[in-house]
Design a protein around this ligand. Structure first.
Ligand SMILES: CSC[C@@H](O)[C@@H](O)C(=O)COP(=O)(O)O
Ligand SMILES: [Zn+2]
Length: 230
């Protein structure tokens, strides 16, 4: 969509209409990438019972205005249909005529894009991310140290220790979204909702996938280490 920018003056403030935020090619590329990632994560069993959601940012970005492609709500993410994804704006509102509903958790994606400027956000529910979030819920973060895969987050110290933030899992998604700003750690590209699942992000699909895989490896490590030392 290469619409021209129309500028108007409103209360002396310049407001842009018909933003050329993305092209049709970028939209198609985002849907294709989401489809590839969805296929791969489904093959790992990372979308049980329709859980999980994926998004990729499309086109221009500023913290105040951006667009992203996201999975439609409630779909069986192991199946492909012509109605799996839709485009939403920085408020999580669909920006094209559609009967699809964006993911119920779209507002959390919005906050992550707004705060980090990242290019992709992936959310999965796994037994390991649920168990470690419960184990460390009171602490408010999952501690991980001395594991090589911490380097997947571009943290290169030999004795690195990280804490992955754990947020409460309210039924009210806007209430969770409000907490994100206070809990994001710039060095750690992920947050866990207690007994729910992880959101991992990255500059692009490749990086977000690497981060998510690293988190899941580390959570399984933490779980198994704990189980061995109980
Ligand atoms: C079916 S349980 C999972 C949902 O409640 C939710 O947490 C989830 O991850 C998927 O929601 P969705 O609206 O399909 O994106
Ligand atoms: Zn979820």
């Amino acid at each position: 969509m290469t619409s021209s920018v129309i500028s108007i003056r409103f209360n002396k403030e310049k407001v842009r209409l018909n933003e050329p935020l993305y092209t049709l090619e970028q939209r198609q590329q985002a849907f294709t990438k989401l489809r590839e990632v969805k296929t791969e994560f489904a093959s790992r069993g990372w979308f049980p019972a329709t859980s999980g959601n994926l998004s990729v940012r499309v086109g221009e970005y500023s913290p105040e205005q951006f667009t992203f492609a996201i999975t439609a709500s409630g779909k069986d993410k192991s199946q492909h249909t012509p109605e799996d994804f839709l485009l939403v704006d920085h408020r999580g509102q669909p920006i094209e005529p559609t009967r699809l509903k964006p993911s119920a958790e779209t507002l959390i994606h919005c906050e992550i894009y707004r705060l980090t400027g990242c290019g992709a956000v992936f959310h999965v529910h796994t037994v390991f991310n649920n168990i470690v979030s419960e184990l460390y819920a009171e602490r408010g973060s999952v501690p991980i140290e001395r594991v090589e895969l911490i380097k997947a987050f571009n943290i290169w110290q030999e004795d690195a220790q990280i804490e992955v933030p754990v947020l409460p899992n309210y039924a009210d998604i806007p209430k969770i979204a409000e907490l994100v700003e206070g809990r994001i750690d710039r060095a750690i590209p992920g947050i866990i909702l207690r007994n729910h699942g992880i959101y991992a992000w990255g500059a692009n699909v490749f990086e977000a996938k690497r981060h998510l895989e690293a988190f899941e490896f580390l959570f399984e490590y933490v779980y198994r280490w704990k189980a061995l030392h109980l």
